[in-house]
Design a protein around this ligand. Structure first.
Ligand SMILES: [Zn+2]
Length: 113
Protein backbone atom coordinates (compact mmCIF):
# COMPACT_ATOMS: atom_id res chain seq x y z
CA UNK A 1 0.00 0.00 0.00
CA UNK A 2 1.42 3.36 -1.06
CA UNK A 3 0.90 6.81 0.41
CA UNK A 4 -1.35 9.10 -1.59
CA UNK A 5 -1.20 12.85 -1.74
CA UNK A 6 -2.31 15.83 -3.76
CA UNK A 7 -0.58 19.13 -4.39
CA UNK A 8 -2.51 22.23 -3.42
CA UNK A 9 -2.89 24.53 -6.46
CA UNK A 10 -2.83 27.57 -4.19
CA UNK A 11 0.19 27.03 -1.92
CA UNK A 12 1.82 24.10 -3.81
CA UNK A 13 2.25 22.05 -0.65
CA UNK A 14 1.44 18.34 -0.56
CA UNK A 15 -1.36 17.05 1.61
CA UNK A 16 -1.68 13.32 2.36
CA UNK A 17 -4.81 11.66 1.04
CA UNK A 18 -6.01 8.52 2.80
CA UNK A 19 -6.80 5.72 0.39
CA UNK A 20 -6.05 2.03 0.06
CA UNK A 21 -6.59 2.11 -3.72
CA UNK A 22 -3.83 0.56 -5.82
CA UNK A 23 -4.75 2.51 -8.97
CA UNK A 24 -6.92 5.44 -10.01
CA UNK A 25 -9.69 3.17 -11.32
CA UNK A 26 -10.07 1.74 -7.85
CA UNK A 27 -9.83 5.19 -6.30
CA UNK A 28 -12.57 6.52 -8.56
CA UNK A 29 -14.80 3.53 -7.81
CA UNK A 30 -14.14 4.12 -4.12
CA UNK A 31 -14.46 7.89 -3.79
CA UNK A 32 -15.80 9.18 -7.10
CA UNK A 33 -14.13 11.09 -9.92
CA UNK A 34 -14.07 14.39 -8.05
CA UNK A 35 -12.78 14.48 -4.53
CA UNK A 36 -13.62 17.11 -1.97
CA UNK A 37 -10.43 17.83 -0.02
CA UNK A 38 -8.89 20.47 2.20
CA UNK A 39 -5.27 21.56 2.14
CA UNK A 40 -3.33 20.79 5.32
CA UNK A 41 -1.22 23.90 4.88
CA UNK A 42 -3.44 26.81 3.83
CA UNK A 43 -6.77 25.14 4.79
CA UNK A 44 -8.21 25.90 1.38
CA UNK A 45 -11.20 23.68 0.52
CA UNK A 46 -11.15 22.41 -3.02
CA UNK A 47 -12.26 19.71 -5.41
CA UNK A 48 -9.50 17.68 -7.03
CA UNK A 49 -9.79 15.19 -9.83
CA UNK A 50 -8.83 11.55 -9.26
CA UNK A 51 -5.94 12.13 -11.69
CA UNK A 52 -4.56 14.83 -9.38
CA UNK A 53 -4.02 12.26 -6.62
CA UNK A 54 -0.48 10.91 -6.73
CA UNK A 55 1.14 7.95 -5.02
CA UNK A 56 4.50 7.82 -3.26
CA UNK A 57 6.35 5.01 -1.49
CA UNK A 58 4.86 4.55 1.97
CA UNK A 59 7.41 5.81 4.49
CA UNK A 60 5.91 3.75 7.30
CA UNK A 61 6.16 0.49 5.34
CA UNK A 62 9.65 1.44 4.08
CA UNK A 63 10.62 2.21 7.70
CA UNK A 64 9.29 -1.15 8.90
CA UNK A 65 11.25 -2.79 6.07
CA UNK A 66 14.45 -1.08 7.21
CA UNK A 67 13.82 -2.03 10.85
CA UNK A 68 13.01 -5.64 9.90
CA UNK A 69 16.08 -5.79 7.68
CA UNK A 70 18.36 -4.47 10.41
CA UNK A 71 16.86 -6.80 13.04
CA UNK A 72 17.06 -9.82 10.74
CA UNK A 73 20.63 -8.96 9.72
CA UNK A 74 21.66 -8.72 13.38
CA UNK A 75 19.83 -11.95 14.29
CA UNK A 76 21.32 -13.88 11.36
CA UNK A 77 24.78 -12.32 11.46
CA UNK A 78 26.54 -15.56 12.44
CA UNK A 79 25.07 -17.30 9.37
CA UNK A 80 27.05 -15.05 7.05
CA UNK A 81 25.40 -14.97 3.64
CA UNK A 82 21.85 -15.17 5.06
CA UNK A 83 22.54 -11.90 6.85
CA UNK A 84 23.26 -10.29 3.50
CA UNK A 85 19.93 -11.47 2.13
CA UNK A 86 18.19 -10.02 5.19
CA UNK A 87 20.09 -6.79 4.64
CA UNK A 88 18.56 -6.57 1.16
CA UNK A 89 15.04 -6.66 2.64
CA UNK A 90 14.62 -2.86 2.93
CA UNK A 91 15.80 -2.48 -0.67
CA UNK A 92 13.29 -5.09 -1.85
CA UNK A 93 10.45 -3.54 0.16
CA UNK A 94 11.29 -0.02 -0.98
CA UNK A 95 11.55 -1.26 -4.56
CA UNK A 96 8.08 -2.81 -4.31
CA UNK A 97 6.70 0.43 -2.87
CA UNK A 98 8.36 2.46 -5.64
CA UNK A 99 6.89 0.12 -8.26
CA UNK A 100 3.39 0.32 -6.72
CA UNK A 101 3.61 4.13 -6.71
CA UNK A 102 4.76 4.16 -10.34
CA UNK A 103 1.88 1.86 -11.31
CA UNK A 104 -0.60 4.21 -9.66
CA UNK A 105 0.91 7.34 -11.19
CA UNK A 106 1.25 5.93 -14.71
CA UNK A 107 -2.46 5.30 -15.17
CA UNK A 108 -4.86 8.22 -15.45
CA UNK A 109 -8.58 7.73 -15.80
CA UNK A 110 -10.54 9.29 -18.67
CA UNK A 111 -11.96 12.63 -17.63
CA UNK A 112 -15.71 12.75 -18.07
CA UNK A 113 -15.73 16.40 -19.19
ZN1 LIG B 1 -2.73 24.92 0.27
Amino acid sequence: MTSKYFTCPKCHENTPFKSMATDRVELERDKGEKLRVACDHCYEQMTVHVNDIKAAPNKVIAGIGVAAGVAATAALWHLGFVAWIAGALPVIIYGAQRKAADTFNSYSIRRSE
